[in-house]
Write a protein that binds this ligand. Sequence first.
Ligand SMILES: Nc1ncnc2c1ncn2[C@@H]1O[C@H](COP(=O)(O)OP(=O)(O)OP(=O)(O)O)[C@@H](O)[C@H]1O
Length: 301
Amino acid sequence: MDTVLSIKNLSKHYGRVKAVDDLSLEVQRGNVFGILGPNGSGKTTTLGTILNVINQTSGTFEWFGQKGDQNTRKRIGAILEHPIFYPYLTGVQNLKIVCDIKEVPYSRVEEVLKVVSLDERKDSKFKTYSLGMKQRLSIASALLCDPEVMILDEPTNGLDPQGIAEIRDLIIEIANSGKTIILASHLLDEVQKVCTHFCVLQRGKLIHTGLVEDVGKGSLNVEVKADVENLQAVLEGSGMASHIKRELDKYTMTMHNGYSAAQVNEYLFKQGITAKHLVVKTKTLEKQFLEILAGQEGGQS
Ligand SMILES: Nc1ncnc2c1ncn2[C@@H]1O[C@H](COP(=O)(O)OP(=O)(O)OP(=O)(O)O)[C@@H](O)[C@H]1O
């Protein structure tokens, strides 16, 4: 595997606040890696640290197997906040200024404007752009250096549904062109739609990391209702569930790997019980995320 970013035991404290708390994670080349967490969980601080904008309290990180410095920084395109563009200049003019700063040939401007689908509005003044177009111009600006890695902090914040869809499609397109993407978001849906890998931060701590496609696996829920008094005990006796939750007369079994709703039905039948409700629920990332956070709350008490 080709590790692009390796973070080891990274911490950033602001007085008593542990904005980032002993964080270790790796991002491989080609990943679209989502850093998911509620507001204040340390996403922006993590990104600021790995971009050398914020000094860490302790811990280390490496880009491309090297200590992060000016040379590695050139291989990374980042949008942390809305970059400042000149309102009375056009998209092209603004990007040419960025070319001057980054020492990139002007020929790149037309190329990146095409990628972000702003070529038709390239000669309009920045102040006439919609929020979505402004964000796409930011992405174009970050693409000028043809970076290997793109870092995006809450890229769809404040956009309308169409703008959100356009930015998400663009991120996927950029990922398909071979770039590694690291994206911070508090939106589960966004991570699920765009990312291949993700981690969850809570109060600066890493509480989960994995593949987005694995999220549903091993987390089959089966809802059961039956007219039996001791249904909880009966279901526990099956050994098929890792957890059983009761809400009124409905029992939700979180199934161990390999067990199905049909097996629950068969088991109940053998116990002389007819289920009057047996429904399969696959867990979404959202539910899993909320459970992870709920579990973490419990674990810390
Ligand atoms: N410069 C600072 N001084 C003091 N505390 C800070 C500073 N920057 C961040 N924090 C605190 O560190 C914690 C993590 O903040 P951070 O902005 O990294 O979280 P986040 O997950 O990006 O949240 P958001 O999505 O709201 O920006 C928060 O409690 C925040 O108040």
